[in-house]
Design a binder for this molecule. Structure first.
Ligand SMILES: [Zn+2]
Length: 484
């Protein structure tokens, strides 16, 4: 056990965190950690059980005299992201995380630390064991596989929880309450192709690259370019000036990332090649000027391509495809009317691939409002059907609609102000969180999320601020007393 951490205050939370570091628990490998939590709770004579997927539930009765208070659920996730620097020898399946104190922070030596969400779990273990706390009936919910698929939250059985107020301990900025998140869903689109009978000659590869990309939710309001949309625009603008034959388009590689690169194979007779190059150059010059502030590294290239197996598209099909890509929405659809800076609804044109007889496109759409998510997907469906293509809406995950009238939020804001003499921040995120899924399974659950300050989670630079863990613990204890 890394003894340096056990000397930190408050000792009971750091003691548990130091123990957690010794139990490997990356996503998919949470069993030993879940077993540890169950046996720790049972050692305290608390009721503890695991469900089929490995989620753990612990029940702690109320302090005598507080039995009638509505139940509170404290929630965190068991799994962590395993990332390491390339020069570090570390086996996340076997080795303990080597943590050290660096100034005001705790950090691991070249690996992720797992303070996300190990500190939250450590706080729960400390609450279980601390007889000095005052509280109503408590449940502790620890989920598996938050980081890679929200699987644990998704598989919780209805009726697993009794409490009506839930505090998620998986936030990363002290003094800020998270009160909402986005739901999301993908749409898979197939645009049918008609190809020419004769093979195309004089092939070129047009590539657009150097864009910043980013997370399709958290970065969607940054005004960054979408490589697929911009490539389609260059081709569409050039097509009006110089006829050419489009053979294929490719771009993007992740459903939850804004595409950074896209390319097309096209054919053009040698006599028109110079005019085509000039038309593409003009189009790119406009794009580059428009995006100067955000996409300074955007660039394109037009180079001869080797042989390809597919023929070029017939003219109507080519025009239809480019028009379709231009018409498909991408970006912010609506901002939240009350929470400043929060994107409520957005969509990302994520991936395009060309096959012999169809182009496949994937769009990922997000909203904190379920009906707005469906409305945005209906727009995708409408545009797709107008273009004569097919759409397959995939199952999504629910959002957590911010409730500015939440009694739990009002109580905690008041408590925070009393305790620290300043207002807490209130935010929602335009990405998926476990609370979205839990809220859907337990309708009426009043939820909030907070935690100590952490930086660079999911990377070997992950670190947690020591003093903020102390204040987080003090605030959590006061919250339980307030709600009890
Ligand atoms: Zn987390």
């Amino acid at each position: 056990m890394p003894s340096a951490l056990t000397e930190l205050q408050p000792a009971h939370i750091w003691k548990h965190f130091a123990k957690i570091l010794t139990i490997p628990h990356c996503s998919g490998n949470e069993k030993a950690f879940g077993d540890y939590v169950v046996s720790f709770a049972r050692g305290l004579k608390l009721e503890a059980r695991k469900d089929k997927v490995g989620n753990v539930l612990v029940v702690k009765p109320a302090t005598p005299g507080h039995e009638s208070a509505p139940g509170v659920v404290l929630q965190g996730h068991l799994d962590m992201v395993g990332e390491k620097n390339s020069d570090v020898a570390h086996d996340f399946a076997k080795d303990a995380i080597q943590a050290e104190i660096k100034g005001d922070w705790v950090q691991a030596k070249g690996t992720t630390l797992g303070a996300d969400n190990g500190i939250g779990v450590a706080a729960c273990l400390a609450v279980m064991e601390d007889p000095s706390l005052v509280h109503g009936p408590l449940e502790f919910l620890f989920t598996v596989d938050e980081e890679t698929g929200l699987t644990g939250a998704n598989r919780i059985q209805k009726g697993f929880l009794k409490g009506t107020r839930l505090i998620n301990l998986d936030s990363e900025e002290e003094g800020t309450f998270t009160i909402g998140c986005a739901g999301g869903a993908d749409s898979e689109i197939a645009y049918p192709l008609s190809r020419k009978k004769t093979a195309s000659r004089n092939l070129y590869r047009l590539k657009l690259s150097g864009l910043r990309g980013g997370h399709s939710g958290l970065d969607i309001n940054q005004g960054r370019g979408n490589a697929i949309k911009l490539l389609a625009r260059m081709l569409r603008e050039a097509q009006d000036a110089v006829p050419f034959e489009l053979v294929s388009m490719e771009g993007g590689n992740k459903r939850n990332a804004i595409p950074r690169e896209a390319w097309a194979v096209l054919a053009c007779p040698p006599a028109r090649q110079r005019s085509l190059a000039a038309a593409l150059k003009r189009s790119f010059a406009s794009i580059s000027a428009e995006y100067r502030a955000v996409e300074a590294d955007a660039r394109y290239s037009l180079e001869p391509a080797g042989l390809v197996k597919d023929h070029g598209l017939v003219a109507d099909c080519q025009r239809g495809l480019l028009d379709f890509i231009l018409a498909l929405p991408h970006g912010v659809i609506a901002m939240h009317p009350e929470i400043q800076g929060l994107v409520e609804t957005s969509t990302n044109l994520a991936i395009i691939r060309t096959g012999k007889s169809q182009v496949d496109i994937i769009c990922s759409t997000r909203s904190s409002v379920a009906s707005a998510l469906e409305a945005a997907r209906l727009v995708l469906k409408a545009v797709t059907e107008l273009a004569g293509a097919r759409i397959n809406p995939k199952y999504g995950y629910p959002g957590w609609r911010p409730n500015l009238q939440s009694p739990l939020l009002a109580k905690l804001k008041e408590l925070y102000k009393t305790k620290f003499g300043q207002e807490a921040g209130v935010v929602a995120v335009h990405a998926g969180l476990e609370c979205g899924i839990i809220g859907e399974k337990f309708p009426g659950m009043d939820m909030i999320s907070f935690g100590p300050t952490m930086e660079h989670p999911h990377s070997p630079d992950e670190r947690v601020n020591i003093a903020s863990v102390g204040r987080f613990w003090g605030f959590l204890a006061a919250t339980l007393a307030e709600l009890g």
